[in-house]
Write a protein that binds this ligand. Structure first.
Ligand code: URP
Ligand code: ZN
Ligand code: ZN
Length: 461
């Protein structure tokens, strides 16, 4: 059965046009005025609404063994939450730790998602050590369609790699034409500062930020950039949180280093005073890099408006209040992370577009198109065009609501954005031509999601 979206305003990067979109099966086959559709076509009236390409979250954690526990979502809960919020594709971090076999980890992560996701998905493969077997294993992973890596410069002895391993990963990535995403904080400094603070009796969640200050993130970002520069690899800084780190990334861009930047919703909307709240209320806001001083938000929004910050992800990583309490005696034991997959698009639209911080063009770009381009999904994903997958978001800019744990679909007992007003939400969301969401309600197939195979595309002459 076909799908016809009538009379909406189609918004893509560089274009806004009032037209109909018709999908035959999984693919957009026609865009134009007053399209005729065969009998049996499902028709959606999008008058007064915006029609966006399905949004892409380039940084999520769903299956994640981390800090003595597991993140709360399954692919079923996370994908339904994502779709209700307008995200039709996510890229999950596949994160075996240093002691795990990387290939076995990759198969495990794939098995957790297979047949369980309602939206499409891909993986970034984390390289958490570089040993004798690593090159062969990574070649297999790339051949399987996972054409991006992830390294952590933080989380010493768990996910973290040393400089030698970073060099080897980037050198291989350069050969394979693969982009490398990186969590950029200096692991040694974090470990030392944590020990020092705990020794001084500073154990509450408010000390998490001082244990990984902006300079520690700027150092990690600068070191990653320098390694990219000297290996000729292509990189992407995940969840960049502050002005100091952005300045370092931009200076590298100016030197011609191929480096892109992601920021995440918590750093755009929340500041470090949230983590300074008492007890578990503060623990809910412990993530890495930490929430920063408020002035950094303006820097990130301005960077986003100008395209210096390329994408907005979530780093979705839900731990509930019981899990957060693992760190009641020491902030170093609080599982790091905060959920966000469901609210990213609506919060970005409300606090970005409606507040005049970014225009609609950048909104679509940073929440969908740019990620599709950077990670080898474009033009299948990330745009509304003939031949693209019919992942469509009919967006109602007149909707008014409030973010709340009471209405969320994410599997967690709090929402870090609780009480924030939203001005707009998806009224219809389709995945490859099939309507999955109507007005905040999941109406689709729970196992519709497919693993997206991607080709390497970063070969330099
Ligand atoms: O605090 C965070 N960000 N938790 C998830 C793991 C990571 O660093 O991405
Ligand atoms: Zn990270
Ligand atoms: Zn992450």
């Amino acid at each position: 059965m076909g799908l016809l979206i009538r009379n909406g305003e189609i918004v893509t990067v560089g274009s806004r046009v009032h037209a109909d979109v018709y999908a035959e099966g999984e693919t957009i086959t026609r865009i134009g005025k007053n399209l005729e559709a065969p009998p049996g076509t499902e028709t959606v009236d999008a008058a007064g609404k915006l029609v966006f390409p399905g949004f892409i979250d380039p940084h999520v954690h769903i299956y994640l063994p981390f800090m003595a526990t597991f993140a709360k979502d399954t692919h079923e809960t996370a994908s339904i939450a994502a779709l209700i919020g307008g995200t039709t594709t996510y890229i999950e971090m596949c994160c075996p730790n240093r002691n795990d076999d990387a290939l076995a980890g990759y198969q495990l992560w794939k098995s957790k998602a297979s047949g369980k996701s309602a939206c499409d998905y891909a993986f970034h493969m984390s390289v958490t050590k570089f040993a004798g077997e690593t090159e062969g294993q990574l070649r297999e992973v790339v051949a399987d369609g996972t054409a991006s890596f992830k390294i952590f410069l933080a989380y010493k002895n768990f996910f973290g790699v040393d400089d030698g391993e970073m060099y080897q990963t980037l050198t291989l990535a350069r050969k394979l034409g693969v982009i490398v995403t990186a969590h950029c904080e200096n692991a040694e400094l974090v470990a030392r500062l944590q020990q020092q603070l705990l020794a001084e009796g500073k154990t509450g969640p408010g000390w998490h930020e001082p244990s990984r200050p902006e300079s520690v993130e700027a150092e990690g970002t600068g070191r990653f950039a320098t390694f990219l520069e000297n290996t000729d690899a292509t990189g992407y800084v995940v969840h960049l949180s502050c002005q100091k780190a952005l300045n370092v990334a931009l200076a590298a861009k100016q030197r011609g280093v191929r480096i892109s930047v992601e920021s995440v919703l918590p750093h755009l909307l929340l500041d470090k005073t949230y983590a300074e709240r008492n007890g578990v209320e503060g623990m809910k806001y412990v993530m890495s890099p930490p929430l920063r001083e408020k002035h950094n938000q303006d820097t990130l929004w301005n960077g986003l408006a100008l395209g210096f910050v390329d994408t907005v992800g979530t780093d979705h990583c839900p731990f509930d209040t019981q899990q957060k309490l693992l760190g009641k005696d020491a902030f170093t034991n609080i599982p790091n992370g905060i959920p966000g997959i469901e609210d990213r698009v609506n919060l970005l639209y409300t606090y970005g577009v409606k507040k005049g911080r970014i225009d609609l063009d950048r909104f679509v770009d940073c929440a969908s198109t740019r990620a599709a381009k950077l990670f080898g999904l474009f033009p299948r994903k990330g745009t509304v065009a003939v031949g693209s997958d019919a992942d469509l978001v009919v967006y109602d800019p007149k909707y008014r609501g409030t973010v709340s744990v009471k209405t969320q679909h994410v599997n967690n007992d709090y929402n870090g954005f609780e009480g924030m007003a939203i001005e707009g939400r998806p009224s219809v969301v389709s995945v490859r031509g099939k309507i999955q969401v109507k007005d905040g309600v999941f109406v689709g197939h729970r196992s519709r999601g497919e693993f997206l195979k991607r080709e390497p595309s970063y070969f330099q002459m």
